[in-house]
Design a protein around this ligand. Sequence first.
Ligand code: ASP
Length: 286
Amino acid sequence: MKSKFTPAIIVHGGGGRIRAEELPQRLDGCKDAALAGWGIIQQGGSALDAAEAAVIMLEDNPLFNAGTGSTLNSLGQVEMDAAVMEGETLRAGAVAAVQGIKNPIKLARRVMEDGRHLFYAAEGALLFARAIGFAQCDPEALIVETERARWQEKHGTVGCVALDLEGKIAVATSTGGIFNKLPGRVGDSPLIGCGTYANDCGGVSCTGQGEAIIRIVMAKTALDLLKERAEPQAAAHQAIALLAQKTGGAAGLIIIDRQGKVGHARNTERMPVSFILSDGQVHLDS
Ligand code: ASP
């Protein structure tokens, strides 16, 4: 399809601790997710559908801390946060501290489409899910043995930013949160402007220490920097430098601008990333 926009997609698999031997599989997971979203964009689908599809793949992949395979809280339970946002319209939907939802990103999208409210938490999110006929699952079904056994390590969130052939940008972020969090703790991922943000300049998805990311409203801060500096890679680095300087925290982010340029930066040890630019080549980084 001929388009005046240069599409792009970038996916991250989280900034949490990953053992070196786990990295290739995580990169493969990110690559598959980026390709799934890219396929949708290539067929003329929306950035929103692409970002959601990429994140669903990562939620269903037990290696990542989102959906199935989420990290456990201090009670040994899975409680997940997720958000989606569309840059052109500033429409967004988010859920926090939800249990028994196989794909929280799908529920976040339904919140956005429903439009009555933007953000539901805990039991209220489940009441909303029931009211719209959204399937729930056994909360235990999302716990994988490695997580139960490990229950002492954290590993990151997943996220995707996509730019489609119509020049629309969308972001999706989903997480099990941080390891051993207290019940009811909500991180940056579902907070619009903190872990997830899109506007008509670009889109950002973050990972890392939510408590630090929230304090500098990192996703929106990165987009403000993008507006000033016009280079996604520079904006990504500057946002992470600001986070380190102001909070001493560790995090990573991915970013796309309206021209289809991508950037990613982190001060965590690793952050598996996969991105695809207009030439269709898949790039991997960590
Ligand atoms: N940012 C997520 C949170 O604080 C965790 C992560 O990215 O690993 O909930």
